[in-house]
Design a protein around this ligand. Structure first.
Ligand code: ADP
Ligand code: ZN
Length: 531
């Protein structure tokens, strides 16, 4: 399909297609109806913009977000493409001007708000329409997370324009929602394209929310050079947190729908240009933000559903470089959000929203690979460990190094202590603690005090790793003691090699730990022999 690539190069400056773009465009060019699922940032727009330029006639794009429409139209125009939008933000005069352009076939693309469709259909019937593109197509479904009643009027498109192909696009839809989109739009033998939703370069982490200001300050200190978005639930929260961060010396600002339009625009621009490193925002921020080097997304509050969470975190790492999404979780948020999830007078819709909220809370509370949970939620088969979420990194940390001697120390300590003590005590013992009990009973045992070169946190991480890898087990019951497994015997008596993970060492939380930098990766080669 040379022509399409040529258009991609000429108008958009890209030399090749990504993901399913080419196949999608080919199907559209064959006048087939299409449903395209692509992750946020995957490049959905090209899938209808390139055909719009190749096809004879007008492409009508339905998009629910006025701000997004304007952005897209502006950038199309910059690329020399005749595009316009019609929505309620325009004056009568502006609208008439566009109608005139439509009548004289001067436009290739028209962006339309869904609430306009019903009134506009008769007018559109007089035009030469090449293609309908329905962006954020999940909005047509009750099962989706963002149902818009106006989208239902799109059901009539196929009836009024049976010959015009329709492409529906979305970044978030589970199987139920997908089926609903196809059904409601009455697509004819549609081709469905599903790109993988996996964003492998984003690390998903959930942390318990405690002293989140301190934790955020600590995190930002470790990421001084990076830019990121911090999502909060309320406008007030964003302002407070932004002010606190400014006080701590960070270049941060709030963003929410209650701010003056000009201020919002300015902050968004500053963020794009890296003059503003940190945006503290409500969900009002992010739609249509096309910034490639967002390195972290922090959620101070639980999002309403996994769809929103994935969309928001998806704004990180568009350049493919390692990025991080951290959710600070507290059960209290679930209670607050429950009250918002209820949609008055619509019991069925409320139920769906509540169940989505519950699944979001389950994500945060579960011990399963985060990526597996998210991708399976979108019905993408994926089996962890992914190696790049907090859960997988605890149980399968990467990269691995030869930790045989560390393992021997721990295992022999457990053995010397006759498998009668828990993690804390074993660490005390390794570190040669002067506690009375250890001093009196255990200080003459070999390996006592042989572990001073690592901190307690490091030992704890190693012991967790040994547990996860099956060299140790923990008894059940009130006092969990460490016990050896048969794999441990191989390490102790047959010299079996053990690989351990490299852990980030979390600094002790200190208030206003301003200039502290970077986490420590410790890979100290061990010189002494283990005893
Ligand atoms: P989506 O709507 O899927 O979130 P966009 O259509 O906004 O994504 O595209 C995301 C980014 O990817 C944009 O900066 C876009 O210019 C870029 N992009 C799209 N297609 C390609 C491609 N084939 N090669 C390189 N970049 C692309
Ligand atoms: Zn994982």
């Amino acid at each position: 399909m040379k022509a399409a690539v040529a258009v991609l190069k000429e108008y958009f400056g890209f030399s090749e297609f990504r993901l399913n773009q080419e196949a999608i465009i080919r199907a559209v060019m064959q006048k087939k109806d299409v449903l395209a699922l692509m992750p946020t940032g995957g490049g959905k727009s090209v899938c209808f913009q390139v055909p719009a330029l190749l096809l004879d006639g007008l492409t009508v794009v339905i998009s629910p977000l006025i701000a997004l429409m304007k952005d897209q139209v502006d950038s199309l125009r910059l690329n020399g493409i005749e595009a316009a939008f019609l929505n309620s933000s325009q004056t009568q005069g502006e609208q008439e001007e566009i109608i005139e352009k439509l009548n004289t076939e001067k436009l290739k693309l028209l962006y339309l708000a869904p609430e306009r469709i019903t009134n506009f259909l008769p007018f559109l019937q007089n035009l030469n329409i090449a293609l309908f593109a329905i962006d954020e197509a999940h909005c047509i479904s009750h099962w989706g997370h963002d149902f818009r009643p106006d989208y239902l009027s799109l059901s009539r498109l196929k009836e009024k324009f049976p010959q015009v192909p329709v492409i529906a696009l979305t970044a978030t839809a589970d199987i139920l929602t997908r089926k609903d989109i196809l059904g409601k739009l009455h697509l004819k033998n549609p081709e469905v394209f599903i790109s993988s939703f996996n964003r492998a370069n984003i690390r998903y982490v959930v942390e318990k929310k405690r002293n989140h200001l301190e934790r955020i300050v600590e995190y930002l200190n470790e990421h001084r050079e990076d830019s990121g978005i911090i999502y909060c639930l309320s406008r007030k929260n964003t302002e407070e947190l932004a002010a606190q961060l400014q006080e701590e010396g960070f270049v941060a600002a709030a963003y929410h729908a209650g701010l003056d339009n000009e201020i919002r625009k300015k902050r968004q621009e500053q963020f794009k240009r890296d003059e503003l490193k940190i945006i503290v925002a409500t969900i009002a921020f992010g739609m249509g933000i096309d910034k490639s080097n967002v390195r972290f997304i922090l959620h101070v509050n639980l999002p309403k559903n996994i769809e929103s969470y994935y969309q928001e975190t998806g704004r990180a790492g568009r350049d493919g470089l390692p990025s991080e999404a951290i959710l600070f979780y507290s059960a209290g948020d679930v209670i607050t959000l429950k009250s918002f999830a209820t949609i008055e007078g619509n019991e069925e819709q409320s139920k769906i929203m509540l169940s989505k909220l519950e699944q979001m809370a389950d994500y945060a509370g579960s011990g399963k690979c985060r990526r597996e949970t998210i991708l399976n939620y979108f019905d993408e088969p994926f089996k962890g460990p992914c190696g790049n979420c907090d859960v997988c990194m605890q149980s399968h940390p990467i990269p691995l190094f030869d930790g045989t001697i560390i393992a021997q120390k721990v295992l022999s300590a457990v053995s010397r202590l006759k498998e009668r003590f828990g993690i804390g005590y074993v660490i005390d013992f390794l570190k040669g603690s002067a506690s009375e009990k250890i001093w009196e009973e255990h200080r003459y045992l070999p390996t006592f005090g042989k572990g001073n070169e690592y901190t307690r946190d490091q030992w704890r991480a190693y012991i967790k790793d040994l547990l996860a890898q099956g060299y140790l087990k923990q008894s059940t019951g009130e006092f969990a003691v460490l016990q050896l497994t048969s794999a441990a015997q191989e390490v102790l008596y047959e010299g079996k090699k053990v690989l351990l993970g490299v852990f980030k060492r979390r600094k002790k939380k200190r208030k206003y730990a301003k200039k502290e930098k970077q986490f420590l990766i410790f890979l100290l080669p061990w010189k002494d022999a283990a005893r």
